[in-house]
Design a protein around this ligand. Structure first.
Ligand code: AMP
Ligand code: GLY
Length: 430
């Protein structure tokens, strides 16, 4: 099979890396890919950026199956476009991807189908929003309605911060994505990422994971796309797993069907799990993503032992209920190395050195990297905010962490920043 992976990040490098291990994959293309996928001997980068360009390539090359990584092409309708042209593709259609692309859509959907989530109100008028935060008090959470690359959420500790966030968003800082704001009750607890594959009728849960959204150690600093992740998430016990399926995933699938929208593709529920014993502690949805997480995908793919292409085929044939995914029992940790001045305005063009060869238990997935030219000995340069995700497996979490950090320390680029405490929460429990 010829397989196309759409996207350019660490998530797509990890998806393509895993797909290329399948005996069924004859050729694997990444559109547009990054420096890491360019260097991988079994992956081919394609200079296609828009959904239309991907379609043209897929038709011309005779691609058998396409997997979409990021949210933007899903929200732009790439799945609708491919299917209209008779091509097999794994992802939600545009209408289904609204679970991520519009927070208002997601909140109304959850309310309609009794899926637990934080109380909220929606505003497009700044004065009314300011009045509302005064009624509710702080801390309070301000979210841009549309896609904002993981940066459209402000947890405001003071009224001034809340007012500023409202004014920035409604004032056009995120363009159309901020034309409306969702103001949400502040929830406390522990976060977990619960990702499933959906075929419209059935779901196959993937291994649990947790990520670190804040830029700095001790979960300080601004929210980012994610500075590191690990799998499994110790908090997701068997009891919680069952409850998440019953209270969140199944009602979401049924709700979509009731609303006349078939959900296919990855579905990521970002959860806040409150205090209490596992039978009773509250589980609330912070957000839905219509895709896999980045960087959660990197440790999840490291742990996946099943043939990923077989899972994708089962989804295509609507038989995810008949298949199981096998997981390496060892935990995996991914540490993101980000560019100087990420997440504000990351500098690009810094030279990357010290990259080791991939090992069975440690792989460096690339995100914002590019080759300076196409020559074999070409210089690898930073080209985006999150540059690399160093991902390692270990006998236990500590061993995985030590393996990942030993590799991080061998890699160099000017201004590199990374958190030194990835997986601290899980290590505390271990
Ligand atoms: P989101 O993109 O909606 O998941 O928000 C990004 C991050 O903001 C989450 O991972 C949480 O850390 C935080 N956050 C979002 N909503 C809330 C909430 N209602 N209460 C507390 N923290 C939140
Ligand atoms: N790591 C969080 C996300 O992918 O949205």
């Amino acid at each position: 099979m010829k397989i196309l992976v759409v996207g350019a990040g660490g998530r797509e490098h990890a998806l393509a890396w895993k797909i290329a291990q399948s005996p069924q994959a004859t050729e694997v293309f990444v559109a547009p890919g990054n420096g890491g996928t360019a260097l991988a001997p079994n992956l081919h980068n394609i200079n296609a950026k828009s959904a239309q360009q991907c379609l043209e390539f897929a038709l011309q090359e005779g691609i058998d199956f396409t997997v979409v990584g990021p949210e933007a092409p899903l929200a732009a309708g790439i799945v609708d476009l491919f299917r209209a042209n008779g091509l097999a593709i794994f992802g939600p259609k545009q209408a289904a991807a609204q679970l991520e692309s519009s927070k208002t859509f997601a909140k109304e959907f959850m309310q309609r189908h009794h899926i637990p989530t934080a109380a909220y109100a929606v505003f497009n008028d700044a004065q009314q929003a300011h009045d509302y935060v005064r009624q509710q008090g702080v801390p309070i959470v301000i979210k841009a309605d549309g896609l904002a690359a993981g940066k459209g959420v402000i947890v405001a500790e003071t009224l001034e911060q809340a007012d500023q966030a409202i004014d920035d968003m409604l004032g056009g800082f995120f363009g159309q994505a901020g034309a409306k704001v969702v103001i949400e009750e502040f929830l406390t607890g522990e976060e977990a990422s619960f990702i499933v594959m959906a075929d419209g009728k059935h779901v196959l849960p993937l291994a649990s994971s947790q990520d670190h959204k804040r830029q700095l150690d001790h979960d300080q600093g601004p929210n980012t796309g994610g500075m590191g992740a690990y799998s499994p998430a110790p908090i997701v016990s068997e009891v919680l797993h069952r409850r998440i399926m019953q209270e969140v995933i199944e009602p979401t699938m049924q709700g979509m069907l009731k609303d006349g929208i078939e959900y296919t593709g990855f579905l990521y529920a970002g959860l806040m799990i409150g205090e209490g014993n596992d039978q009773e502690r509250p589980i609330k949805v912070l957000e839905f993503n219509a895709r896999m997480g980045d960087p959660e995908t990197q440790p999840i793919m490291m742990r996946l032992q099943s043939d990923f292409v077989a899972l994708l085929q089962a989804a295509q044939e609507q038989r995810l209920d008949q298949i199981q995914a096998q997981w390496d029992p060892r935990p995996a940790i991914g540490v993101v190395m980000a560019a100087y001045n990420y997440p504000v305005e990351p500098r690009t063009g810094d030279s990357i050195t010290g990259l080791p060869e991939d090992q069975a238990d440690c792989v460096v997935f690339h995100a914002g990297t590019a080759l300076a030219n196409k020559a074999a000995n070409s210089q690898l340069l930073t080209s985006g905010g999150r540059v690399l995700c160093v991902t390692a497996l270990g006998q236990d979490l500590e061993a995985a962490r030590d393996r990942a950090y030993a590799t991080v320390q061998a890699i160099h680029f000017e201004g590199a920043q990374y958190r030194s405490d990835i997986a601290w929460r899980a290590l505390k429990q271990a």
